[in-house]
Design a protein around this ligand. Structure first.
Ligand code: FAD
Length: 426
């Protein structure tokens, strides 16, 4: 794993709490592996219930996707609209998952307020603008499906969308007011502070090397210089899952996604780009996400189809895209460029797996893990307190390793060429 590169978030997030590697043998109720938003939210919700918790993080809090993403807080999945989820999972499980998604962004902002986390949180909504007139029927359908389930939602026409986003590119939009954006690394650091403040023992530079079940039914997790014995185990490693649970790693398709920011936009331009300060990702399959940070930088991202010389090719590629959507930005040069791994699945749905008796993981957020991962933290704490795994909001499935999983990641990126064709044809 490489260190988080020169990211905007690393340059602007307040520091995490001081932590160190594990140097002893500990006993606790629940051991959590991974200090991203899923693991830290799990730890907070466990501590709030009075359940003892140790978190082991191989690198640093927010090292994985949680500190590298674009910070969009989105209460939906990229694929899997409400009716489709109900058709796939059945009425009870499908509606449970839909309600969970609907409420996930509110849970994030509520947790931020509860622990007064300084992370540039803005809950002005998430917009999904239609990149072609033919996609208006999709957002109208989504609007109908979500409002039927009591979600707060608005449908905007082209003029309202232009006023909201500061671009004429789009033809209308679905707007979900519970969404928004944050500085994701600042959020991860803030969650770490909150967890430690509640008595969670968080160890960093503490990779879990092996998992064993002891004769007493507990889990023994070894790190290079210490170990934890716990009644229950939560693995929260998502796209950064390694050899610890090899079958799990092989069940994911991992793609590299780039994030970038401009320099702070000058006054005038700053107000005209995303004037309502919402978060936005459009209806393209190869979607174009946009948001601003507090200093007025435009933050966006992309995955390159051909996984060669990506560091060199990403700048001109994204600068051109920014110009297509926001031609009013005069200086499109990028101040920060960084990347991270996204865990995808062929059906593009996240899930939970029981890794063994008393051991669980929530995984494969398909690029939407900020709200869903944090909300899963609350659900995983419920599980540790006794809720059966098949009552959790995400479907419980067997782990199914994919043939040639690592090559599939490269193929998934190349498949973007096809998606772009479809986006143009829509
Ligand atoms: C570039 C990019 C942009 C994205 N944009 C968005 C977005 O705007 N909105 C959104 O909702 N989602 C987005 N996502 C997805 C989102 O970031 C993830 O779904 C989410 O952060 C997953 O959180 P997590 O806590 O489950 O995993 P992670 O944050 O990846 O944390 C896993 C942690 O586990 C640790 N770990 C791994 N193995 C071990 C081990 N053996 N022992 C100890 N620790 C270990 C890792 O070091 C890591 O810190 C994006 C992802 C990327 C990469």
């Amino acid at each position: 794993m490489t260190a988080p590169p020169n990211s905007l978030w690393a340059a602007t997030a307040p520091p995490p709490p001081p932590t160190a590697p594990l140097q002893e043998s500990l006993r606790t109720d629940v051991v959590v592996i991974g200090a991203g938003v899923t693991g830290l939210s799990t730890a907070i919700h466990l501590a709030e219930r009075g359940i003892g918790c140790v978190v082991l993080e191989a690198e640093a809090a927010g090292f994985g996707g949680s500190g590298r993403n674009s910070g969009h807080i989105i209460p939906t999945l990229g694929a899997g609209d409400p009716d489709a989820l109900v058709a796939r999972l059945g009425a009870e499980r499908g509606e449970r998952m839909v309600a969970f998604l609907r409420d996930s962004a509110d849970l994030v902002f509520e947790l931020i307020r509860r622990y007064q986390i300084e992370c540039e949180a803005v809950q002005n909504g998430w917009a999904m603008p239609a990149h072609r007139p033919s996609r208006l029927k999709d957002i109208e359908r989504r609007y109908e499906e979500w409002t039927r389930r009591q979600a707060r939602a608005r449908l905007l026409d082209a003029a309202e969308t232009e006023a909201l986003l500061g671009t004429r590119t789009y033809h209308g939009a679905l707007m979900l007011p519970s969404g928004g954006h944050v500085n994701p690394l600042a959020l991860a650091h803030g969650l770490a502070h909150a967890a430690v403040g509640l008595g969670v023992r968080l160890y960093t530079g503490a990779p879990a090397l092996s998992l064993d079940r002891g004769a007493d039914g507990g889990w023994r997790v070894r790190t290079p210089s210490g170990e934890v014995i716990a009644d229950k185990l939560v693995v929260a490693t998502n796209a950064y899952t390694g050899a610890l649970v090899p079958k799990l790693a092989r069940s994911l398709v991992r793609i590299i996604n780039y994030q970038v920011s401009t320099h702070p936009l000058p006054a005038g331009e700053r107000e005209s780009v995303l004037p309502s300060d919402v978060s936005s990702s459009d209806t393209r399959r190869d979607l174009r996400p946009f948001r601003k940070d507090r200093a007025g930088r435009l933050v966006t991202g992309a995955t390159l189809a051909l996984p060669i010389a990506m560091d060199r090719r990403i700048r001109p590629w994204i600068e051109r895209r920014i110009g297509q959507v926001f031609p009013q930005i005069s200086d499109r040069r990028l101040e920060y460029v960084w990347n991270g791994r996204i865990a995808m699945t062929p059906n593009r749905l996240p899930r939970v797996h029981e890794i063994g008796p008393g051991a669980i993981t929530a995984i494969a957020y398909n690029g939407r893990g900020m709200a869903i991962g944090m909300a899963m933290g609350a659900a995983l704490a419920d599980w540790a307190a006794g809720t059966p795994a098949d009552q959790l909001p995400l479907p419980k499935l067997e782990i199914e390793p994919l043939p040639l999983a690592s090559a599939l990641g490269r193929w998934a990126q190349v498949a973007l060429l096809w998606y772009r064709r479809l986006d143009t044809r829509d």
